[in-house]
Design a protein around this ligand. Structure first.
Ligand SMILES: Cc1ncc(COP(=O)(O)O)c(C=O)c1O
Length: 440
């Protein structure tokens, strides 16, 4: 069987070899995207953001579209495909999983991959959060996190949430999420209590946040069960904050018996450590941590005292057999291939991106940037929503897939394929970025 798999993987590699650099549509295939794009628009009620339909071939950070054109993929399915396209180990794991008797595993009759996933995640999980409950999306991991916290802290049910927060799009999580677009037409049931996130320009930032927390504690005594925290805010445009800011906030939570729920769904594996909590030296401070995206699966990890009563959380699906196996592979490779730590590959990528963005800032091409591990965002001179969307589309036409985030200023956002992208690969895609950013 191994020989057969290797032959199949050779074929994927043969297809990948035709992908060497950014290019336009293959002659004769210029219209190949039109029909499937029209079908998507008609069937789901609105078009894709940009005309991307992959051909199923790719090579590292480069991806081929159905019309034969090739682009840099600097958004990786919004953070899923960290090891890039056509990675042999990833695909071999999928082939092995395909031999399993079942494609999807649940919490009642799992196969061995389920147990291996739990143990791989638990081994690296931060601090006391060694119990693990897998799920099929970040949103469900967060829903499980909230449920187990509420069960432990009942009858408290309200959640402190930062401005700019993103927790998911379920009816409850879209209340915690601070985006009007994500909650259009939804009732506000008062479950989320807003507090200001760290503001690097304000020396009193932490004090202001603590004051806002205190006002909520005073107004809702005994009703606040948790704080939801992204240590680097994702959808808000990659906003980080220093460890002492979070430390002060967590101290106040402890005093008020409020659980610390750290949402690492976007940051997991991406910041140069498994967890941003590790990078900030705060691993011991979390009660519940959620992960997803890059892991190819999702999970809530929690301290033993939060272990929920049977029946509170479950669901039909725990993960695809391939997804559970990929989660274990991703965890192993991040460490074995040297992506983690101060001297690791992710920090080297961060330094290379920082160097380039610093030049752009000095030249006035951008006004601001964040480069943190394989997360990179920049604020162009025109940072209203229409301009930023136009920039994303211009970059797409030039051969680079990125996306946007933030809420004014809006920012260009990239979730880099740090598992395969090295600093020496950056010249060509950064040239595209520079051309896209240049004033017309
Ligand atoms: C911080 C954070 N939490 C939760 C989610 C929701 O995850 P999912 O889209 O897998 O449901 C996301 C997704 O972008 C996220 O960035």
């Amino acid at each position: 069987m191994n020989d057969l798999f290797e032959k199949l993987l050779d074929e994927t590699e043969r297809r990948a070899r035709r992908i060497e650099a950014v290019r336009g549509p293959a002659p004769g295939s210029e219209g190949a995207l039109n029909d499937p794009l029209d079908a998507i628009t008609a069937l789901r009620g609105r078009p894709l953001f940009y005309p991307f339909i992959g051909s199923g071939a790719g090579r590292g950070a480069l991806v081929e579209l159905l019309d034969g054109s090739v682009k840099w993929d600097f958004i990786t399915g919004i953070g899923t495909n960290f090891f890039g396209h056509a990675d042999r180990q990833i695909l071999r794991t999928c082939l092995n999983a395909a031999l399993s008797d079942i494609p999807i595993q649940g919490h009642l009759e799992p196969n061995a991959e389920y147990a291996e996933f739990l143990s791989a995640v638990s081994r690296i999980a931060p601090g006391r959060c060694k119990l693990v409950w897998p799920s099929m999306s970040g949103t469900l991991a967060n829903e499980n996190a909230l449920k187990i916290i509420r069960a432990k802290k009942r009858p408290a049910f309200r959640v402190l949430a930062f401005d700019g927060a993103f927790a998911g799009r379920s009816t409850t999580l879209s209340e915690i999420t601070d985006s009007e677009l994500n909650k259009q037409g939804q009732a506000d049931l008062g479950q989320a209590l807003r507090i200001p996130f760290h503001d690097p320009r304000d020396p009193r930032s932490a004090e202001r946040t603590l004051e806002a927390m205190d006002r909520h504690f005073e107004k809702f005594p005994g009703e606040i069960c948790a704080i939801h925290v992204e240590l680097v805010q994702g959808e808000a445009g990659f906003r980080p904050a220093p460890a002492d800011f979070f430390s002060a906030v967590f101290d106040r939570c402890r005093r008020e018996n409020v659980a610390v729920w750290v949402d690492e769904i976007q940051t997991f594996g991406r910041t140069g450590e498994y967890f941003m909590l590790d990078r900030l030296g705060l691993a011991e401070r979390a009660d519940v941590v959620t992960i997803g995206k890059l892991l190819c699966g999702s999970a809530a990890c929690f301290a033993p005292e939060f272990n929920p009563p049977a029946g509170l959380i479950s669901g039909t699906y725990a993960g695809y057999t391939a997804g559970l196996a990929l989660g274990c592979l991703v965890i192993r490779r991040l460490s074995e291939e040297g992506h983690l730590g101060e001297k690791g590959k992710t920090r080297a990528l961060e330094r290379a991106v920082t160097e380039k963005m610093e030049t752009w800032k000095e030249n006035g091409l951008i006004t601001d940037y964040t480069a943190l591990g394989a997360m990179a965002a920049l604020t162009p001179r025109r940072s209203d929503l229409d301009s930023i969307r136009a920039l994303v589309r211009r970059l797409f036409d030039l051969g680079l897939c990125a996306y946007y985030a933030g809420h004014g200023p809006y920012r260009l956002r990239m979730l880099l394929p740090g598992g395969c992208l090295t600093p020496s690969d950056l010249a060509a895609p950064f040239d595209i970025l520079e051309r896209g950013l240049a004033p017309a």
